[in-house]
Design a protein around this ligand. Structure first.
Ligand code: SF4
Ligand code: SF4
Length: 421
């Protein structure tokens, strides 16, 4: 039977991504193994194939075969279909692109970015996890991975505004700020959308959602479908340009922030016509400007750093600044900040059904971190982390509390009393 796996297309795509800095990364690995203990998948499974450096193997093989002058003697064998089948699981199910291994690597090798590029080779070969690819296709065809079409967005916004008695701006003609949403929160945690609206209204921000471009998550990037990745960026750019927004606020989703903030301009082929700000950064700025008035919260809380917002995003201190003063019993977990452990579901791993058992094992690292703080609730500012943790929590029947940063902020706003009519 003829195989449908296009190995040559995969090899060509790997090589396209082994230009410039990626070549130096491949050449730089000294095989020291220091990255192993930094990776939650290796720590959770103890399986040597989950070592970060091992995940580079098919890319390195394709590269060496092309570059090695005597490859025709068989000293640098060709990439094989069996390599692709084995590494598909390693590059999709066991890498959340969290960047923790890079911080342990003496050569500073950015494995997360290599994995992101390498996934495109699997798509070129006709491979990749079907559920992750379907999420990308749904984003292209319906506007979001979970089927949140523009019409459904309008219906949900109307329902949430009525139900919670909170004005939610949609399709204003002009606004300073374009707010985007993650379909995970819109469909599964709609209180987050209400909380963002409540907080922005409280601070007097001129903002709007837009049915032209609302989905912040980018499953095109996570699945390796570069055309879908670019399309998702273009939709947000079109929406921001149509309302004249100079700031795009990304909701509680780490990868949504990372892709738009750090890769959006390259995908678009020109500078983004706005600044990209994560909701935790935006709230911190509002607090600095004296526009968020918060009442104290007594409950003990700890903070889970979403990898793409803290370690890879640079907004590590914003959540802490926000919690400072109003979260009166705040307890840091260990390790924390840029060194914090991943939830296990980033990089699209949350959407891959067959990866569930490994995700659950990884979550035990987080449960242990939280339990050592003694805090009642773990707060995070990523709905993908929240969904991963909610599912893993149910699996282990763990009783620790979970909360969203924007929701606790919205719940503790001091609203000025309205003058009597
Ligand atoms: S980026 Fe994160 S998940 Fe991927 S190999 Fe490195 S430590 Fe592991
Ligand atoms: S820590 Fe860096 S140099 Fe060492 S094996 Fe891992 S990727 Fe290679």
């Amino acid at each position: 039977m003829t195989s449908t796996i296009d190995v040559d297309a995969a090899a060509k795509t790997f090589l396209k991504h082994t230009q410039e800095q990626l070549v130096s990364y491949l050449e730089a690995c000294v095989h020291c193994g220091s990255c192993a203990e930094a990776c939650h998948f290796y720590v959770a499974s103890g399986d040597p194939k989950h070592t970060p450096a091992y995940k580079l193997f098919p890319i390195a093989k394709a590269y060496r075969h092309q570059k090695f002058p005597l490859s025709w003697l068989g000293l640098a064998p060709r990439l094989a279909e069996s390599d692709l089948k084995l590494w598909e699981e390693l590059l999709f199910d066991t890498c959340t692109m969290c960047g923790r291994c890079t911080t342990a690597c003496p050569m500073g090798i950015d494995i997360a970015s290599i994995v992101g590029g390498a996934r495109q080779a699997f798509v070129a070969a006709g491979l990749g996890p079907s559920d992750l690819l379907a999420a990308a296709d749904s984003s292209r065809d319906h506007g979001s991975p979970l089927g949140l079409t523009a019409q459904k967005l309008r219906e949900r916004v109307e329902w949430l505004a009525d139900e919670h008695d909170v004005p939610i701006a949609l399709d204003k003609a002009k606004a300073d700020v374009l707010l985007t949403v993650s379909s995970i929160e819109t469909m599964k945690y709609p209180e987050s959308v209400v909380a963002m609206a409540k907080m922005l209204n409280h601070a007097g921000v001129d903002w709007t959602l837009s049915s032209k471009g609302y989905e912040a998550t980018n499953f095109g990037y996570l699945s390796g479908k570069a055309d879908v990745a670019k399309l998702m960026v273009e939709r947000i750019v079109a929406a921001a340009e149509s309302v004249g927004a100079k700031t795009v606020v990304v909701p509680e989703c780490g990868h949504a922030f990372g892709v738009l903030r750090w890769a959006g301009a390259n995908m678009l082929g020109r500078p983004l016509p706005f600044s990209v700000v994560h909701i935790s950064e935006y709230m911190a700025q509002l607090k600095r400007d004296g526009r968020l008035k918060l009442k104290p919260m007594a409950e003990s809380v700890t903070y889970h750093d979403p990898c793409q917002i803290s370690r890879r995003g640079g907004a590590t201190q914003d959540a802490r600044y926000l919690l400072e003063g109003f979260a009166q019993d705040f307890r840091e977990m260990t390790p924390t900040g840029d060194a914090n452990w991943c939830c296990g579901g980033g990089g699209g791993v949350q959407a891959i059904g067959r990866a569930a058992d490994l995700r659950y094992k990884v979550f035990k690292i987080k449960m242990d971190q939280v339990e050592r703080t003694g805090a009642k609730t773990m707060v995070s500012s990523c709905s993908n982390c929240r969904l991963t943790m909610d599912e893993s929590k149910a699996h282990w029947k763990w009783e620790g509390g979970l909360a969203s940063l924007v929701e606790i902020v919205a719940d503790h706003l001091i609203e000025e009393s309205k003058p009597a009519a």
